[in-house]
Each structure stands twice: as structure tokens, then as C-alpha cells.
Design a protein around this ligand. Structure first.
Ligand code: FAD
Length: 318
């Protein structure tokens, strides 16, 4: 039986939705599943960590509040070694991308990133991941005994009814690594919905033109309690922050609903959102490539369409 260690992604003192998605899938594959949580105050999450896992490893110390890749690496390697994990699974975050290759090197494991699906073919686990900016799906057969894997947000579904068995193991606090320390964590503006976690994403392209267009689409995102993303064109022109960029060189999202507003559908943008379950595109050019992948297309001026949508949403809500 495979032994899968799922690394908890924690934000604002709570487990992010990706944890339940990874634990559910590991259980579906028939693995023995453990969790590891690293940070300040993470012991308080013991009950949540126990859902779907047999053992919960925690490294809990005030010094881990500003968690470095080195500290995360040390704690996860410690947990993986104690558990005898042959697979370590991360949700796709910047911290995961920084720590996963280090963990793989220390455990002498393969490292596979950007995973969108996992299939079992006989005794062989086959990993699927997009390649060439999402144009093809690559099948990866891992030959190494161990693998460290990073899974795309929204790739797996969380299931209800997982059995919880609390078995907390406290890890020793990783020693401070003075080669890199974190001085300050700059958080997003309060209230903003995290793009990676959002079930709905409204994205803003060059068709939004100016601040007025951005404000209109931000309003739509707020109405839907959605994450607010952007194409690179809007980031490069300074209308949207860098961390809102969706695409090959931005964030990869896979929400239930992606609403692309005034976005042409360049391959580099599609690479960041073509895993979305339902795609709605609003564009005044009927030949825009975004319509090739959209489930629902609205041909027209977003400055006319979005206010109508907002009115209709208001009516439904009330
Ligand atoms: C190496 C590399 C990496 C890249 N990485 C990324 C990335 O990560 N993410 C990304 O997004 N891009 C990326 N790009 C850029 C990408 O190639 C495109 O240039 C960019 O996605 C275009 O953004 P856009 O669709 O907003 O703008 P445009 O391509 O200019 O499209 C604007 C669209 O808005 C429509 N429109 C105009 N006015 C209206 C209106 N009033 N109402 C409705 N529709 C309207 C137009 O018909 C048009 O289709 C990358 C490029 C390179 C070379």
C-alpha cells in the first residue's frame, strides 16, 4: 500500500480547501495517508488534519510564523522519514514550489510538478500534467521509489465522509537557517478572495481598457464572491497587480467557473485557466480565440454586458 504524506496548506490559521482535495484523492487511490503541518499554532488544526488521515505530524513553533523553504523542507523530510512515505503531496503554492525540489533531493525522490490527474494502471501510478503551455497532456511514469508531487489547484475533488483518526506526532522545530530569513510578509488587500482557492474567478483583459473597466469587473467579482484575475496585458499596463496574473507566467487556476472579460485567449493565458470546469467569455470580437475553449460565449461590449449581468445577479440574490 502506498504511503502518502499530504502537506497542509495553511492560510490565516485555517486549512485551505486543497488539503481535503489531496487527502480525498490519496484515500481514493487506496493509500495510507498522513498529514504534516508546519507553522505557528498549527497544533490547533489537529482535528481538521485528522480527517482522512491516520497520522498527523506537526511542527508548531512561534519561530515558524514566517516560514522559510529551508524550515518547511526540514520538517517535511522529518515527517516523511518517520512515516516512511513513498509519496509527498503538495498543493501548488509558491512555498511548495520552493520546498518540493529540496525535499525530493533529500529523500532521493523524483519531483513532479503541475499535476492535473493521477491514474493507476495496474501497479503503476501514472501522473498527468499539461506541457507546452497546455497544448498537450504529458503522461509521467515515475520510475523512482519515491516521489514528491505538486498538484494544481482544483485538479482533485474533496469528498465528504472521510474517517478521522487522531494520532498527533510532534516534530522537533527545524533549526533557523540564517542564509535566508523572512523579514515581512506583504498580504493582499483585506477581503480579497484568494485566486488559487476561488470557486469562481472573474478575469480582466485589455478589453477593460482603463480604471473604470477594472472597477466594473472588480464589482462583478465582488458580487459573485469571486477571485479577481487578469491577463498579462492588464498587469504590464499597471492596471492590475502582478499577483493577479493568470497564465503561463502567472497563476494557474482551475475554478468551477472562469469568466474571461475582454481577453483574447492567447495560448499563454489559456495555460493558466484551461482546466476551469466552465468557461464564460465576453468579447466584442466573435473570432477571438477565447471562444474556442469557452463553454458559453457572449459577443459584445463588456461595458454594456457586465452591468446587465450585475443587475441580474442582484435580482437573483434578492
Ligand atoms: C513568454 C510569454 C509569457 C506570457 N505569459 C502570459 C501569462 O501568463 N498570462 C497572460 O495573460 N498573458 C501572457 N502572455 C501574453 C499573451 O501572449 C497575450 O499578449 C496576453 O494574454 C493578451 O492579453 P489580453 O487578452 O488581455 O489582450 P489582447 O490580446 O489585446 O485582447 C484584448 C481582447 O479584448 C477584446 N475587447 C476589446 N474591447 C472590448 C470590449 N469593450 N468588450 C469586450 N471585449 C473587448 C478584444 O476583442 C480582444 O480580443 C505571455 C507572453 C509571452 C511571450
Amino acid at each position: 500500500m502506498a504511503k502518502v504524506l499530504v502537506v497542509a496548506d495553511i492560510k490565516g490559521g485555517a486549512l485551505k480547501g486543497s488539503f481535503a482535495e489531496l487527502v480525498s484523492t490519496a484515500n481514493d487511490l487506496g493509500a495510507e495517508v498522513a498529514a504534516v503541518a508546519v507553522g505557528a499554532g498549527v497544533k490547533a488544526l489537529a482535528a481538521d488534519l485528522a480527517t482522512g488521515t491516520k497520522t498527523q505530524y506537526v511542527a508548531d513553533d512561534a519561530s515558524l510564523e514566517k516560514l522559510t523553504a529551508a524550515a518547511l523542507t526540514a520538517a517535511v523530510v522529518d515527517a516523511a522519514t518517520q512515516f516512511g512515505a513513498d509519496q509527498v503531496w503538495f498543493a501548488s503554492t509558491e512555498a511548495a514550489k520552493a520546498a518540493a525540489p529540496r525535499i525530493a533531493a533529500k529523500l532521493d525522490a523524483a519531483c513532479v510538478t503541475d499535476i492535473t490527474d493521477v491514474q493507476v494502471d495496474g501497479s503503476q501510478v501514472v501522473i498527468l500534467r499539461p506541457a507546452v503551455a497546455g497544448k498537450v497532456v504529458e503522461k509521467v511514469e515515475v520510475k523512482a521509489d519515491k516521489v514528491v508531487a505538486i498538484v494544481r489547484a482544483g485538479a482533485f475533488d474533496a469528498k465528504e465522509g472521510l474517517v478521522a483518526s487522531e494520532n498527533l506526532v510532534e516534530l522537533s522545530t527545524p533549526e533557523a537557517d540564517l542564509r535566508a530569513t523572512i523579514q515581512e510578509i506583504l498580504t493582499e488587500a483585506g477581503g480579497a478572495v484568494d485566486l488559487a482557492d476561488a470557486k469562481i474567478v472573474v478575469s480582466c483583459g485589455r478589453g477593460a481598457k482603463n480604471e473604470e473597466g477594472v472597477a466594473l469587473l472588480k464589482g462583478l467579482a465582488e458580487d459573485l464572491n469571486a477571485g479577481f484575475g487578469a491577463s498579462r496585458a492588464m498587469v504590464d499596463s499597471g492596471f492590475m497587480p502582478h499577483d493577479s496574473q493568470v497564465g503561463q507566467t502567472g497563476k494557474v487556476v482551475a475554478p468551477s467557473l472562469y469568466i474571461a472579460c475582454g481577453i483574447s485567449g492567447a495560448i499563454q493565458h489559456l495555460a493558466g485557466m484551461n482546466g476551469s470546469k466552465v468557461i464564460v467569455a465576453i468579447n466584442k470580437d466573435a473570432d477571438a480565440p477565447i471562444f474556442d475553449i469557452a463553454d458559453y460565449g457572449i459577443v459584445g461590449d463588456l461595458f454594456e454586458i457586465v452591468p446587465i449581468m450585475r443587475e441580474e445577479i442582484k435580482k437573483v440574490r434578492s
